[in-house]
Design a protein around this ligand. Structure first.
Ligand code: FVH
Length: 291
């Protein structure tokens, strides 16, 4: 990156796009902003951003275009009519999307002389520019190197490869874990609510328990990678015996068991196939039948 800060256009000023633009403004970058609903540009213009009258003006103003829209069909809708104006620009698309969409957008950008990076944001808007925020990037490595300092304003910048779809894979791996934890937490609260325990009474011990259990993630990864699944922690057979009690307790209090039934079936299958003495690290093998 040259000593002068690059001109950045931020397109999409929802909760996340506004946080990204504000962080860049605070760091002294020349920022142009555009949003479909123009009123959302107001607070950023008050902080020093230049408002673009339309998308074309935003594309014109920035050598780096940062897009954070709801979904990638909107990104495509926005950029396609301006394809001829993208030449020489770098697109950093931080919109949530699939690996296939990222690859399609990278091909579209290349076809029109632009460089493409796809990003997966591992942060809430409030975390942006803070110590725990980071973003996965994949795609054009040269472009990543050129704008790495700019990306670091937003949080950690983790480049995961030339395949534009790779950042989405990393993003979803973490989101899958997060949603699993989230749905488990909501069931814990539902059970507590059903028997009249305030959620607050469950929240602190639950947080501590999940933190303690998280320590096993590294062990499970090592077991999976090495193929050594035998456990001295908690076997699938032991979990098979305990799970019906969990389901019956939920059902007994009128809480749905629909989210846990697939887990019960999976563990039953693992034990049937002879893996009863193994730990949970055996399950990814059963979850990827084509591999
Ligand atoms: N918020 C979060 O915590 C997560 C953190 C991880 C990454 N996600 C992803 O970031 C994308 C944007 O999420 P967001 O939270 O900023 O979402 P909204 O506040 O709802 O803003 C959405 C913006 O997208 C614009 N938009 C939607 N459709 C179109 C379209 N067809 N044409 C142009 N712009 C469009 C919308 O514009 P408007 O409604 O204000 O006019 C907002 O600017 C998302 O992929 C998350 O998964 C956030």
């Amino acid at each position: 990156m040259s000593a002068a800060k690059p001109a950045v256009s931020v397109l999409g000023l929802g909760m996340m796009g506004s946080a990204l633009a504000a962080a860049l403004l605070k760091a002294g970058y020349p920022i142009t902003v555009w949003n479909r609903t123009a009123a959302k540009t107001g607070p950023l213009v008050a902080q020093g951003a230049a408002p673009a009258a339309d998308v074309a003006e935003a594309v014109e103003a920035g050598e780096l275009l940062v897009l954070t829209l709801t979904a990638n069909d909107a990104v495509r809708e926005l950029l396609e009519p301006l394809a001829d104006r993208l030449r020489g620009r770098t697109i950093a698309n931080l919109t949530n999307g699939t690996p296939a969409q990222a690859r399609e957008l990278a091909a579209f950008a290349a076809e029109h002389g632009a460089r493409y990076l796809d990003g997966g944001i591992m942060a809430s808007p409030q975390m942006i520019a803070g110590p725990h925020a980071y973003i996965y990037y994949s795609g054009d490595q040269e472009a990543f190197g050129e704008y790495e300092d700019t990306f670091r304003v937003l949080g950690g910048a983790r480049y995961v490869g030339e395949d534009a779809g790779r950042a989405a894979v990393h993003d979803f791996a973490l989101l899958i874990g997060m949603y699993g934890q989230g749905i488990g937490t909501m069931h814990a609260f539902a059970l507590a609510k059903a028997v009249g325990i305030p959620a607050k009474e469950i929240a602190e011990p639950l947080r501590d328990w999940l933190n303690a259990m998280a320590l096993y993630i590294m062990e499970e990864a090592e077991a999976l990678d090495s193929g050594e699944h035998l456990t001295d922690v908690s076997s699938l057979a032991v979990n098979q015996a305990a799970l019906p009690n969990l389901l019956n307790t939920l059902a007994g209090e009128g809480v749905t068991t629909e989210f846990f039934q697939p887990l019960e079936r999976l563990i039953d299958r693992a034990v049937e196939e002879g893996y009863g003495a193994d730990g949970l690290s055996r399950l990814p093998d059963l979850l990827t039948p084509r591999r």
